[in-house]
Design a protein around this ligand. Sequence first.
Ligand code: PMP
Length: 304
Amino acid sequence: MQETDKIWMNGELVDWADAKVHVGVHGLHYGSGVFEGIRCYETPAGPAVFRLGDHMQRLHDSARLLYMEIPYTVSELRAATHELVRANGLPASYIRPIAFYGYGQLGVSTQGNPVETVIMNWPWGAYLGEDALARGITASISSWKRVGANTIPHVSKASGVYLNSMLATTEARRAGYDEAILLTDDGYVADGPGENIFVVKNGIVRTPPLSTSILPGLTRDAVITIAQDLGYVVEETPLIRSDLYLADEVFMTGTAAEVTPVRAVDDQELGVGPITRELQTHYLDTVNGRSERWSHWLDVVETV
Ligand code: PMP
């Protein structure tokens, strides 16, 4: 992680080196935090944050599912992000808000522990490597199952849930693949450790429904809208592993991964297809401010 000048912490900008917590914070011991991953792009209008309000709303929804009250509203968090982006002066960055139960008592109950709210940003390039967007990645079906809807609320982007993602990522990388794909306990395709999954078959774009233990991705939502606007039929429908192996195209979406083609699943070669390329081009043109059509998703930060 590349160091920047400031971090927004509980209402004020502090120096990077001073943004510290005690080793006794609840969130460190039990994963009792919620976070977001957001990208700010360099656009002709200045630094622009993709779907900032929607990300902060999801942070609040994630917190609510953990019975946590974030002491800042969505609009206060949006303003704080603008302040941080301005302070650090980066034209493009990855933005990481996190709210977690802080220092107090160390029983599992969160009673009495304060909620700490922090926003960081730093430069972060292509999540799965520079080649990933162009050439696609390889993925393998993980032996780790996605957390079930009644185990931990997977709709919450909660820190503790990411042990599931960490295990799947580590397993895939150790086996020589770029990324993992997680199935639910009953065998349906869920999502990647940090991405949603799409399949293209006979010109139809398919993706697992929100009820299939996935995180409701904002990139997923944007890509569904873009695909529909371009005239494609998009089906939110349960998928099984054979649908991946027999697909014409597979791609993953996420704030970090953007629209990344999956060129092979396990050892079934799929290559990179034209619909993936088309959606990727429209998505990248949108987030980089090169297209007017979906420009309402960009939240431009005034820098003067
Ligand atoms: N699934 C998981 C498990 C994720 O962590 C992410 C990244 N936030 C996504 C999907 C994609 O979500 P988004 O497009 O909102 O970044």
